[in-house]
Design a protein around this ligand. Structure first.
Ligand code: ATP
Ligand code: MG
Length: 526
């Protein structure tokens, strides 16, 4: 990737004009009235839903921490090459779905106009290229040559060469290539290596929560900014008990949030020893039936063979069912690992289905792969995917012999499935609305609001005086559980009138009694 501070083409060379200003662009998301809208494939999670999201994510934290996992907060963007190398150049994610941009930093190229300016500009480019200050990509190499060529011809050709020069100068890729993370395993492994976490005793267990970005066709359960809750175990051991415990944790979590109509599918896709041989066998068989396959599968035979097994095209199903299966081609070590995993799952009473066609989309997986599907989601029904990636740490430049396994839950889909099932938890809403009236009541209202909030109650204190009728109406509309009535009488006598809004039951309390009463009512539900 490019280096910081590239290259010597700056405004201070006296040649160049810098455009730092804001350029108005065509904005497809703007409505006719000129209002902005969220970009296609992104959405706002509004307060009406965010309580459910927070509870879901908090439950994940609670469950994962009981299994010894710790939170890792990763950057939302990383160097493009990190994803390309780990996920794989030929995967859909890297080939089509990544949000990649050039981070130009402080580098500006301008618009040389005279022959003299072009010559000086060209010298700066050539020197920067020689010094390695322009990222050494194939495209850049070509352009540096074309820039030289245009410079050589500018005295003879004039304007056409000048225009070519400027066009190539501006097409140079001068910055770091950066990508919004499409998933977080690559970042987790990068962080593991960068911080030398392999020196920690035992296996390192991490979890993360946050947004991911993929340029996919938006539809129900498929967004361009979506959210994942994921976990990774990295370390020297690849014992099948690690895989099984991770699946146990996942299913305990789904159970805890009430996502019960789920199915766990498992498979083993072999290791670097046995998989290439199997893939070769598969490719041979696929070539024989190539003409009967759709265009995507035909292409994948050569580029990403295993992915053909993932095809959903109805007419390909019968053909795929007759293909050689990986389970018959696993090496002894992989076969044993898979058998042990299944024993471990039985030991933990975890129901699963084997699915030999579960290959997963990303290149780094080895051995165990798994997926969980949930009800109510139509064709986007996978709520979690994961698997082992034993070679990834080494592939990304880390120490040899470190194994890894992880999963990622799609929060958007898990929440959709929960909403479809109608089994939503009763989340704590807004509890006490303080209906105050009169100048003497106000300081009492401010003081009691603070005391109630300090005890963890959610309190609404109207900022302006309202008639009791109006404030009780508002308390009802806001869905408060209680109205705490403080008028001049209450203020004078040091008492509070508490009205339970669901049945209009009303009682007078002293401050001490009030706090005690509310605390005892809490947790009993509405
Ligand atoms: P799919 O086959 O549905 O495209 P995937 O194999 O691309 O999923 P993974 O990379 O394994 O997905 O990500 C794990 C989980 O993240 C998925 O099971 C899904 O729940 C969720 N997920 C993936 N892509 C999206 C998306 N674009 N929008 C919403 N959720 C997504
Ligand atoms: Mg996908």
């Amino acid at each position: 990737m490019g280096q910081r501070g590239t290259p010597g083409l700056h405004a201070d060379s006296g040649l160049l004009v810098c455009f730092d200003g804001f350029a108005a662009r065509h904005c497809p998301e703007m409505t006719e009235k000129g209002q902005f809208r969220a970009i296609k494939g992104t959405r706002d999670i509004l307060p009406a839903d965010s309580a459910l999201w927070n509870w879901f994510e908090q439950t994940a934290r609670d469950v994962f921490e009981t299994y010894g996992f710790r939170d890792i907060r990763l950057p939302v963007f990383e160097e493009t090459v990190l994803f390309a190398r780990s996920i794989g150049e030929e995967t859909d994610v890297v080939a089509k779905e990544m949000y990649t941009f050039e981070d130009r930093g402080n580098v500006h190229v301008g618009y040389p106009q005279t022959v003299e300016e072009i010559v000086r500009s060209n010298e700066a480019v050539q020197a920067a290229w020689q010094a390695g200050r322009i990222p050494r990509t194939f495209d850049n190499e070509l352009r540096v040559g074309l820039i030289q060529n245009a410079c050589d011809r500018v005295s003879e050709e004039g304007a056409p060469a000048l225009l070519r020069f400027i066009a190539e100068l501006h097409a140079l890729d001068l910055g770091d290539s950066i990508t919004l993370r499409p998933e977080a395993t690559a970042g987790s492994v990068r962080a593991y290596i960068e911080h030398g976490m392999h020196t920690q005793p035992g296996n390192v267990k991490l979890y993360y929560i946050g947004p991911m970005f993929r340029r996919e066709r938006p539809q129900k359960g498929r967004y361009r900014q979506f959210y994942q809750v994921g976990a990774e175990v990295l370390g020297p051991s690849d014992a099948p008990a690690i895989d099984a415990e991770m699946l146990e944790m996942l299913l305990v979590f789904f159970d805890r949030v009430g996502l019960t109509k789920t199915t766990l599918y498992i498979n083993s896709i072999g290791c670097h020893e046995c998989r290439p041989k199997y893939v070769e066998r598969l490719r041979e068989e696929l070539r024989k039936v190539k003409e009967q396959l759709g265009a995507d599968s035909q292409r994948r035979i050569e580029t990403n063979t295993l992915r053909v097994l993932d095809s959903k095209l109805p007419h390909e199903q019968a053909i795929i069912e007759k293909l050689p299966r990986i389970s018959e081609h696993l090496c002894d070590a992989c076969r044993e690992h898979f058998a042990k995993l299944k024993e471990e799952l039985k030991l933990r009473n975890i129901a699963y289905q084997e699915n030999w066609r579960l290959v997963r989309g990303l290149d780094y997986y080895t051995r165990t792969t798994f997926e969980v599907t949930a009800a109510g989601l139509g064709s986007q029904n996978a709520v979690c995917g994961g698997g082992r990636y034993d070679g990834l740490v080494e592939l990304l430049g880390g120490p040899a012999g470190i194994k890894g396994i992880g999963f990622a839950i799609g929060t958007d889909r898990a929440i959709l499935s929960l909403q479809e099932s109608g089994k939503l938890p009763a989340l704590r809403g807004f509890e006490v609305f303080i209906a105050w009236m009169g100048a003497k009541a106000y300081p009492v209202a401010v003081a009691i609001a603070r005391k109630l909030r300090a005890r963890g109650f959610s309190v609404e204190l109207p900022p302006e005086e309202m008639k009791f009728k109006k404030s009780l109406g508002l308390a009802n509309k806001l869905g408060a559980r209680y109205a705490l009535i403080i008028g001049e009488d209450e203020a004078a006598s040091g008492t509070y009138t508490l009205k339970r809004l669901v049945d209009a039951q009303q009682r007078k309390f002293s401050e001490g009694e009030l706090l005690e009463h509310l605390a005892s009512e809490r947790g009993q539900g509405r």
